[in-house]
Design a protein. Structure first.
Length: 214
């Protein structure tokens, strides 16, 4: 994921009744994404070049609490990583202040071979996620929230579509709505009250869209 979101690119929004988030971008209810990342053959839209796991190519921001939990699971994650990255640091050293994250501080995952270092294993996808499945532990609080939510993102009181989402082929071949794709993780991270508020907003948008079509 890119390291910043450009609010000037934010499309029309709808208000929601939630303690933290007050508005959400309407496109997340109407735009689609491929339903299964692990079977989708990712390509870059501009160049038509194959780039599997394209959304992870830049690395990602990680709350320092998540970083500490990832390091606590190092014994499960490290054996999955390729020999080429053994001994390489997993994160950039500098902590950056960011009020949108629970601890208020973030670091960034290292990038290796044009992708997040945690892609450097013998299968597709994130090694953190893979380790959670293979070792039967809950990835909540370990796999970065920003990764779990993509292609959605957030800042301050706003939930939005990630700026880079249209750059990838998963955005252009049908599937499920961006909201439905991320709905379970939104609930796990922010609670059932956010899902209820989002469901209500979704119903309003889809009802209006059907009325227009009719």
């Amino acid at each position: 994921m890119a390291d910043t979101e450009d609010e000037s690119k934010l499309g029309p929004t709808i208000a929601i009744d939630h303690a933290r988030f007050r508005r959400v971008e309407i496109d997340m209810f109407t735009r689609m994404v491929a339903e299964d990342c692990m079977t989708h053959q990712c390509t870059m839209v501009d160049t038509h070049t194959l780039k599997l796991d394209a959304c992870c190519q830049y690395g990602c921001d990680v709350d320092v609490g998540e970083r500490d939990q990832i390091l606590a699971k190092a014994a499960d994650i490290a054996p999955l990583l390729r020999a080429e990255v053994a001994g390489k640091p997993w994160f950039t050293g500098e902590e950056v202040v960011d009020a949108d994250y629970p601890s208020g501080r973030v670091v960034r995952t290292a990038v290796w071979n044009d992708g997040c270092l945690f892609l450097a294993h013998d299968l597709r996808g994130c090694a953190i996620h893979r380790a959670s499945i293979e070792k039967s532990w809950d990835l909540h609080g370990v796999k970065p929230n920003i990764c779990r939510l993509f292609p959605l993102t957030y800042w301050a009181d706003t939930l939005a579509v990630a700026d880079e989402y249209p750059e990838y082929s998963c955005a252009h071949g049908g599937g499920v709505s961006l909201y439905r794709f991320a709905r379970t993780d939104l609930g796990a991270i922010f609670g059932a009250d956010l899902v209820a508020a989002m469901d209500a907003a979704e119903a309003k948008i889809l009802a209006k869209r059907l009325t227009v079509v009719a």
